[in-house]
Design a protein around this ligand. Structure first.
Ligand SMILES: Cc1cc2nc3c(=O)[nH]c(=O)nc-3n(C[C@H](O)[C@H](O)[C@H](O)COP(=O)(O)OP(=O)(O)OC[C@H]3O[C@@H](n4cnc5c(N)ncnc54)[C@H](O)[C@@H]3O)c2cc1C
Length: 468
């Protein structure tokens, strides 16, 4: 039986990057992955296919809005077979690139499912066993199916199916109001489907501020998406013609019918088949593996990273966690844990929604003094000429020295603009530092100077009133 210094279960963002770093630190390393198609969620069925399709739908949307720009573009419409082919080609190339890296020979790649026999030994689906001194669990997540009568047996779509469409579905009911639900609901609507989105919480994108979610919601309604928030889904039925759902909303019972149903109610950690009990690895009631700040589980030589451990199901976090675990396992000194006070989040709807650092709600709840200033895109030159009028930029800063604590942007390319704050936040910069930086005119980015100036004025004039 081979014994490795470091073994990653899963070759996605967390596992692949952990193995890459482990090899670079001289550890004898292996990745075990049981997928038919290697590459991980981000490349195959997550970030990359969704953003490829969303961008194509945005181009279509702009073409359909051509009149607003003084253009005559007759009947711009989706050619789904061509869009599907383009997506497959792009994703195929990304996956090939990852496959080459996985097959580079720098570490062993074992194509099998793994489960623990004891804290150092894994049983593989090919019948063999491997041992490792350090193990990283990077098994990712899978779509969860809540216990709603009729849902599990309905054969409804998941995000995998929506990302693989080669036709325009006439109508789709989207269950859920999280990131995947919202991004793909708008994609479906823009390619020409009639979309109804049904969400349990009072707001879509509930992890974000009510103002941000209201702005995205306004754009959805303007584009013709039927949206119900604050619902309780009672039943799902399927017949020859499609799906019927029944839900409670505002004290009344509603039904909606559509040709297709898309379950976007969330994902759960993919840990059930790992036999974690044999390794003494603890999980939360949510199924997430419990880790400390070095990504160690309750069995210290076993690490976990990415979607299976949380706290944020985001690729760059999975990579940071995986790399940290590998360095820790290799005994690297003076490590720093992942800094979640810099957490960066992007929702690729249009308008996009992006946040970094502390949210205003978190600071209010923790009674942390702060200043907030915001500025709307409908009063900004570059966004006006781009017909990109939804949204705003909001800056949050510490009230005495003006250190940036966080930012929230809703608007065109918010996912790019939020990076104006990444470096400054990591370097603990102040609003005054950012105002010394050059801001080219006319750009979307220069809008940021308005809230920065507002905060700097409050501080300079001593106008901040500390809450009593
Ligand atoms: C539609 C969609 C869009 C998204 N868009 C974004 C985005 O824009 N930006 C962003 O940051 N994040 C996005 N995400 C989230 C992101 O894709 C995930 O957070 C990330 O890919 C998780 O990486 P991971 O390494 O934890 O898991 P994965 O990439 O899922 O890797 C897990 C691997 O483990 C393997 N495995 C599982 N169990 C076993 C086992 N028992 N034995 C062996 N192998 C096993 C699997 O085969 C798989 O290859 C999106 C997700 C979805 C669904």
């Amino acid at each position: 039986m081979t014994t490795y210094d470091f073994l990653a279960i899963g070759g996605g963002s967390a596992g692949f990057n952990a193995a890459r770093v482990a090899v670079s630190l001289g550890l004898k390393t292996a990745i075990v992955d049981g997928a038919k198609e290697l590459g991980g969620l981000c490349i195959l069925r997550g970030c990359m296919p969704s953003k490829t399709l969303l961008y194509m739908a945005e181009v279509l949307h702009l073409a359909q809005k051509g009149k607003a720009f003084g253009l005559k573009i007759p009947r711009a419409q989706a050619d789904m077979a061509a869009m599907h082919a383009r997506k497959r080609k792009i994703i195929g190339e990304f996956a090939d690139y990852r496959l080459q890296a996985l097959n580079s020979g720098k570490f062993d790649l074992i194509r099998a499912h793994a489960r623990f026999v004891d804290p150092h030994t894994l049983e593989l689906s090919n019948g063999s066993r491997v041992r490792a001194n350090h193990i990283l669990i990077g098994t990712g997540s899978r779509v969860s199916v809540p216990p709603i009568p009729g849902l599990a047996e309905s054969g409804c779509w998941t995000s995998d199916d929506v990302l693989d469409l080669d036709f325009v579905p006439p109508s789709v009911i989207v269950l859920g109001g999280g990131i995947v639900a919202c991004e793909l609901a708008q994609f479906l609507s823009r390619i020409g489907s009639r979309v109804t989105l049904v969400q349990r919480s009072p707001n879509i994108l509930r992890d974000h501020s009510p103002a941000a979610s209201a702005e995205v919601q306004r754009a959805f309604v303007d584009e013709g998406i039927e949206l119900f928030a604050g619902t309780q889904l009672r039943a799902v039925r399927r017949d020859r013609r499609g799906y019927t759902i029944e839900f409670q909303h505002d004290g009344r019972t509603f039904t909606r019918r559509a040709a297709h149903l898309f379950n976007a109610l969330g994902r759960e950690p993919a840990t059930a088949s790992l036999n974690l009990a044999a390794a003494g690895v603890d999980v939360r009631p949510s199924g997430q593996i419990v880790t400390n700040r070095w990504q160690q589980t309750s069995t210290p030589h076993i690490y976990a990273a990415g979607d299976c451990s949380g706290p944020a199901e985001i690729v760059h976090v999975a990579i940071q966690q995986g790399e940290l675990a590998a360095r820790h396992a290799a005994g690297v000194k003076k490590l720093k844990p992942v800094d979640y006070s810099l957490l960066l989040n992007v929702v690729f709807t249009d308008p996009q929604l992006a946040t970094i650092g502390k949210l205003q709600r978190e600071l209010e709840q923790a009674n942390v003094p702060h200043l907030v200033a915001s500025y709307p895109f409908n009063d900004h030159g570059k966004s006006i000429l781009m017909e990109a009028n939804y949204g705003y930029v909001k800056v949050i800063a510490e009230p005495l020295r003006g250190r940036i604590l966080g930012a929230e942007i809703v608007g065109k390319d918010a996912g790019e603009l939020i990076h104006c704050f990444s470096g400054p936040l990591a370097l603990r910069a102040t609003v005054f530092d950012l105002l010394r930086a050059p801001w080219y005119h006319p750009t979307l980015a220069e809008i940021i100077t308005y809230p920065l100036e507002e905060i700097s004025e409050i501080i300079q004039k001593g106008r901040y009133n500390r809450p009593t």
